[in-house]
Design a binder for this molecule. Structure first.
Ligand SMILES: [Cu+2]
Length: 279
């Protein structure tokens, strides 16, 4: 490669990179807010099902709690010493005992079936369109896109570099966010280099331990464009709370542009070294 080509490349490569940046005004459809009571807005089919499963369980728990409370109040009013001075000596009632054994078993079975279905749904995906490899380190995350041969580290942005006016959040931003295409099934392969970490994005319903010497798997199909946040969710040492996770979900076209710009960056780095070596 001659000097002219290098000069032309050095002018146009940064331009190409700048053009293909992911927009930094992405919405945050699932960000938690003050006094929030419920789960974050789901942004994947797994999380949508987790939310409906959670809402179903809330009904079950509420009905059981009200039923037990009603029984307690009934007993307190009907069988206290003043109203009922001579208590009955009854100790067994076969029908009632069969009912209070069988009904909880039926309730548990009714909960277990959708619960297991959801566990298997969240476990792995057969037909992923791409793979993201996630590695936990003390105390940052490394990411690899095996099909695109892209890899980088994501380090937390320190407090003094956080700009709330740009919509940045303390302890949640990273220098190199993960970028994923919307509506694309992505296989997540996870491991760690030192201790156990856990890669978590509440809006995706993903919370999987990354274990040294082991590969864990999960998957996501993001249904919304935007910026999604998570944090390491396994106590991993002194900087455990300083290894946030940011995933930017963009359109498929923007994702392709981002991949191209990342590859260009990677190929530009040795070129720059070569250019400086020749000078
Ligand atoms: Cu960690």
């Amino acid at each position: 490669m001659n000097r002219l080509t290098l000069a032309v490349l050095s002018v146009f490569l940064p331009l190409g990179t700048a053009l293909a940046q992911v927009p930094d005004d992405l919405p945050t459809p699932s960000f938690p807010h003050r006094w929030q009571l419920n789960l974050q807005t789901p942004a994947s089919p797994v999380m949508e099902q987790m939310v409906s499963f959670h809402n179903m369980l809330l009904w079950v728990i509420t009905i059981i709690s009200l039923f037990v409370l009603g029984l307690l109040i009934y007993c307190a009013l009907k069988f206290n010493e003043r109203v009922n001075p001579v208590p009955s000596k009854t100790t067994h009632n076969t029908l009632i005992e069969v009912i209070w054994t069988a009904v909880p078993v039926l309730i548990l079975a009714a909960i277990a079936i959708p619960s297991y279905r959801l566990l298997f749904l969240a476990d792995r995906i057969e037909n992923a369109e791409m793979t993201l490899k996630i590695t936990g380190n003390q105390w940052y995350w490394s990411y690899e896109y095996p099909e695109s041969e892209i890899s980088f580290d994501a380090i937390a942005v320190p407090d003094n570099k956080i700009d709330p006016k740009k919509g940045q959040h303390r302890l949640l931003e990273v220098d190199n966010p993960v970028v994923l295409p919307v509506d694309t099934p992505v296989r997540l392969i996870m491991t760690a280099t030192d201790v156990i970490h856990a890669w978590t994005i509440p809006a995706f319903g993903v919370k999987t331990d990354t274990v040294p010497g082991r590969t864990n798997e999960s998957w996501v199909r993001a249904t919304k464009i935007g910026k999604f946040y998570g944090q390491c969710s396994e106590l991993c040492g002194v900087d455990h709370s300083f290894m946030p996770i940011v995933v930017q979900v963009v359109s498929k076209e923007q994702y392709q542009q981002w991949v191209a710009s990342k590859k260009q960056q990677a190929s530009a780095e040795p070129t720059t070294q070569l250019a400086s070596a020749q000078n």
